[in-house]
Design a protein around this ligand. Structure first.
Ligand SMILES: Nc1nc2c(ncn2[C@@H]2O[C@H](COP(=O)(O)OP(=O)(O)OP(=O)(O)O)[C@@H](O)[C@H]2O)c(=O)[nH]1
Ligand SMILES: [Mg+2]
Length: 458
């Protein structure tokens, strides 16, 4: 009887839309922490401010208010909202600290339902929203589940071109000096892995974000564990691993990584998400140049594989996928003047759409937009030779008040000539000073919220 009651309650909760888990991801520095901080901040202010006009429930005055409640998953660290807010409230304001691991926060949103069924039960409803922050780099590891150690090694050597090859020299030299068939020497393996990890960090610093294994650069609680100490090797696929050798251990660590790290993430975290927002910083690679830009596109394509649940798919074998909406958002739109925003969306669409259309993303709705979680600039016009041109005003990280026109965002994926001819240069700004009683200034956070939870607030 108890079981039936529980099942009935679960069914009601699901069909009544009282709970939704929203996952926020993006490559490092994409703006995840700023996004979640602003999202929570906006919802906490909605009862007193008209800060979310593009969220239908808020516009219709059906949102009564939101509050923070203890998270349901006690095994995941709490998202550091208060710490992030403290940063933005400092004089001068600062950006939140970089984060390295998964974290979670829960809100309860009280609203007046529009739907007849919900109204029948009560005049007010509550939607519980879990927001989960996790590094996008972890999604880059999905292809590892379909490759054995040899196949993965081959794929890594094939990618060693251009800048990557330059950056890999130290690791390659250490790898050449290692005898793979010699008896296991843990210290040596740890040295070569360290050098491989440094190479991956160097790639990221050079703006090359497609790095595998993704956990090596964002290890979270696994920092220093042997499961993160392996690297691609050149060896004969046919040959048997010598018992007790370095190579045998590297192979064992690779399979542990597949099972205990990659699979575990998909099973215990990813499988619980209902909606996903992928934040993309298109401006950083525009600043960095051609190779960085195309690398970002490749990384995004890889990230998209995690939303593909075709029939014979690896993910479907692991769990029953639940994500039904994915939003790709170009962040930090306050870095460019408003008339450039359509170009920014079009650029993001060009990076995302072709890969999306070529694959079978069954039953998943997808959308692209631009936004700024915490708007750091004001827009206006400057007069140049009698002509008025759009400009941004803001305060730089070293406290200089400046007015700039950062440049045009290309509408299409730029070729190499773009960087030779004009390129793009944006300045980093610190957040604006805002009173503690007011919500953080933003651009289209409400539009993002409407896409992510609008239907649940009906
Ligand atoms: N102007 C502007 N800058 C932003 C915005 N969001 C993020 N940034 C900038 O991007 C940096 C990274 O933002 P975070 O929110 O920390 O990004 P993250 O994805 O959480 O980064 P990691 O935790 O390091 O992976 C910030 O320090 C800001 O400099 C925004 O809305 N506007
Ligand atoms: Mg962060």
């Amino acid at each position: 009887m108890k079981k039936i009651t529980q099942e009935v309650n679960d069914f009601i909760n699901r069909s009544m839309d009282t709970h939704v888990r929203i996952a926020v991801t993006g490559l490092s520095r994409a703006g995840k922490t700023a996004f979640i901080t602003s999202l929570v901040n906006q919802l906490l202010h909605t009862s007193t401010h008209d800060n979310l006009p593009l969220l239908a429930a808020a516009r219709d005055k059906r949102l009564i208010g939101a509050k923070r409640v203890p998270q349901s998953n006690m095994m995941v660290p709490r998202f550091a909202y208060d710490e992030a807010m403290e940063h933005t409230q400092q004089q001068p304001p600062k950006w939140p600290e970089p984060t390295r691991d998964v974290s979670e926060i829960r809100l309860a949103i009280k609203y007046k339902p529009k739907s007849k069924t919900k109204k029948l039960i009560s005049s007010t409803s509550t939607l519980h929203v879990d927001i989960i922050d996790y590094p996008g780099e972890w999604l880059l590891d999905l292809p590892l589940l379909d490759m054995n150690f040899h196949q993965w090694s081959v794929s890594q050597f094939a990618a060693l071109k251009g800048k990557r090859k330059e950056l890999a020299q130290d690791w390659l030299a250490k790898l050449d000096a290692l005898d793979l068939d010699a008896p296991l020497d843990e210290k040596k393996l740890s040295e070569v892995s360290e050098s491989y990890t440094q190479y991956l960090y160097a790639c990221k610093e050079a703006g090359l974000h497609w790095v595998q294994p993704g956990r090596f650069v964002l290890p979270g609680e696994l920092d220093g564990a042997p499961v993160l100490q392996f690297f691609p090797c050149r060896f004969n696929e046919e040959a048997k691993f010598v018992k007790g050798s370095n190579l045998e251990m590297l192979n064992a660590r690779y399979s542990q990584y597949q099972n205990k790290v990659v699979k575990a993430f998909y099973k215990h975290h990813f499988s619980t998400f209902d909606r996903q927002i992928v934040l993309v910083d298109c401006l950083q690679p525009l600043n960095a140049g051609y190779e960085a830009f195309h690398d970002m596109r490749h990384a995004l394509e890889q990230i998209m594989h995690s939303f593909r649940y075709g029939r014979s798919n690896m993910l479907k074998r692991l769990f029953a996928p639940r994500i039904d909406k994915v939003l790709f958002a170009a962040t930090k739109a306050d870095h460019v003047t408003p008339e450039q925003h359509p170009n920014l969306v079009s650029l993001l669409q060009q990076m995302v759409h072709p890969a999306w259309q070529n694959a079978s993303y069954e039953n998943i709705d997808m959308s692209c937009m631009t936004m700024a979680s915490i708007q750091a600039t004001k827009t206006g016009y400057i007069n140049q030779d009698g002509q008025s041109i759009p400009a941004l005003q803001g305060v730089t990280l070293d406290e200089r008040a400046i007015t700039v026109f950062p440049g045009e965002v290309p509408k299409k994926l730029p070729g190499e000539a773009y960087w030779e001819k004009q390129g793009f240069e944006f300045t980093a700004f610190r957040p604006q000073i805002v009173s503690q009683d007011d919500p953080l200034p933003h651009i289209r956070m409400d539009k993002a919220l409407d896409y992510l939870i609008g239907d649940k607030l009906k």
